[in-house]
Design a binder for this molecule. Structure first.
Ligand SMILES: [Zn+2]
Length: 430
């Protein structure tokens, strides 16, 4: 395998420029103005080097909806976004609720080779919310599942949630909850508030999220297990997670780029590209989410990349499926909303988009320090680049990005997966 010499990079965006040499799957040398030798030199002056990004929450849609995305197209999009590993959510068709399906998704990821795919196992059979899936056999499978979620649906039965939390302790797993009290969100179309009243759309109230988070934090504390809260969207949820952490409970949480940047007044356009679950909230919520991510109450950013075929999205608001793509814009949105305004450093970007999600997902070899001997899973970013999002020019098979036409800062120039470039000069290598 080619040895690479990344020249004049800023590690975590800090300090003096250094050169980073890879050989085989690892970083073998870091220093100022290293000799090129037998390596292939890559001029990266001005670029920030981060550990490869890790997504805890990606919908790859395969098996079942290959018209919206495949493991191949989704992971190529991930690599272009700087990711070296993604967790593939279980709400496929068939549902990833057996060792057979999670191993299939894992193998498709290996074959595509753009980034590692860690399948998420369903908590309940068929996402039905009634019978616990075979979590242990998924954990023991070749896919080594550690994250379990019925995402798209909430595990609303408190007794079942308690048993699932207890069960995953045996193999250091975590339950990732899509917090949505179903009885409070029947027919919900958007955030419940002034805008939903004005538009006459059924509201999805903040309390439907917060009630489940409060209950699950209490359950996780009671049984001493790990809970991860998916896509936190309200100011009240941030307060609850801060409270649970203060108790010493093992609770972690993620926020999406779109909840860090967009608000519910976008629904006034009736453009279903802005329909998502949980819905876009208010300015007050966005501010609280940014502050919560910056101060560590919210542990990480996760994309909730949710590609949809045209016919499911380009229809009237009420009939459109909720969800937005996000893998190729996530880093830029975080830079736009947190780094450039001075709320977060690049060092914190490495924590929130790589180190912490890798730790929550118990992924080996990802989110590691930029140091000699570590796996060369790397994300090289040009912080000075500016680009305009073009939905048609993306690697994802779907076009439902809410950022189409937006000018965003920072662009991924290269991604390395175990020493092999998956992206070079901003283009996928395969
Ligand atoms: Zn969800």
């Amino acid at each position: 395998m080619t040895s690479w010499l990344l020249q004049a990079v800023l590690l975590y965006g800090e300090g003096e420029p250094v050169d980073v040499r890879t050989d085989g799957e690892r970083i073998v040398e870091i220093g100022a103005a290293l000799p090129v030798g037998d390596s292939r030199a890559y001029d990266a002056a001005g670029c920030v080097l981060l550990p490869g990004l890790v997504d805890l929450h990606t919908h790859l849609r395969e098996p079942g909806r290959e018209d919206a995305e495949t493991v191949e197209t989704g992971t190529r999009a991930a690599a272009l976004g700087g990711f070296t590993a993604v967790h593939a959510m279980a709400n496929t068709d068939p549902v990833a609720d057996t060792a057979g399906v999670v191993e299939q998704v894992w193998r498709l990821g290996q074959e595509a080779g753009h980034c590692d795919v860690a399948p998420v196992g369903a908590v309940t059979v068929g996402l039905g919310g009634e019978q616990m899936a075979e979590l242990g056999t998924m954990a023991d499978s070749a896919a080594r599942v550690r994250v379990f979620s019925d995402d798209g649906k909430c595990v609303s039965d408190a007794s079942l949630m308690r048993r699932a939390l207890e069960y995953v302790k045996a193999f250091d797993g975590v339950i990732a909850q899509h917090a949505q009290e179903p009885r409070l969100t029947v027919g919900a179309q958007m955030n419940e508030g002034i805008t939903s009243s004005r538009l006459g759309l059924t509201g999805w109230p903040a309390v439907a999220e917060e009630a489940v988070i409060a209950r699950d934090c209490l359950l996780a504390g009671h049984v001493g297990s790990r809970l991860h809260v998916c896509h936190v969207s309200t100011a009240g949820s941030v307060e609850l997670i801060r409270w649970a952490k203060g108790k010493g409970w093992d609770v972690t949480a993620e926020v999406t780029p779109h909840h860090l940047s967009l608000t519910d007044d976008l629904a006034c356009s009736y453009d279903p590209v802005f329909k998502v679950n949980p819905p876009l909230r208010t300015d007050v919520d966005v501010e609280a989410l940014r502050a919560g991510l910056a101060d560590g109450t919210i542990d990480c950013v996760a994309t909730d990349h949710a590609p949809h075929a045209l016919e499911d999205k380009e229809t009237e608001w009420g009939a459109a499926l909720p969800g937005m793509t996000g893998l190729e814009t996530a880093l830029s949105v975080v830079v736009d909303t947190l780094v450039e305004p001075g709320l977060m450093s690049w060092r914190q970007v490495a924590e929130r988009l790589s180190e912490t999600p890798a730790r929550i997902g118990r992924l080996e070899g990802h989110g590691r320090p930029l140091a000699v001997g570590e796996p060369a899973n790397l994300c090289l970013v040009d912080p000075a680049a500016r680009w305009t999002v073009d939905a048609r020019a993306m690697a994802t098979r779907s076009r439902n990005t809410p950022f189409a036409g937006h000018e965003l800062p920072a662009r991924v120039r290269a991604t390395f997966l175990r020493g092999r470039p998956t992206v070079l000069d901003g283009k996928a290598t395969s």
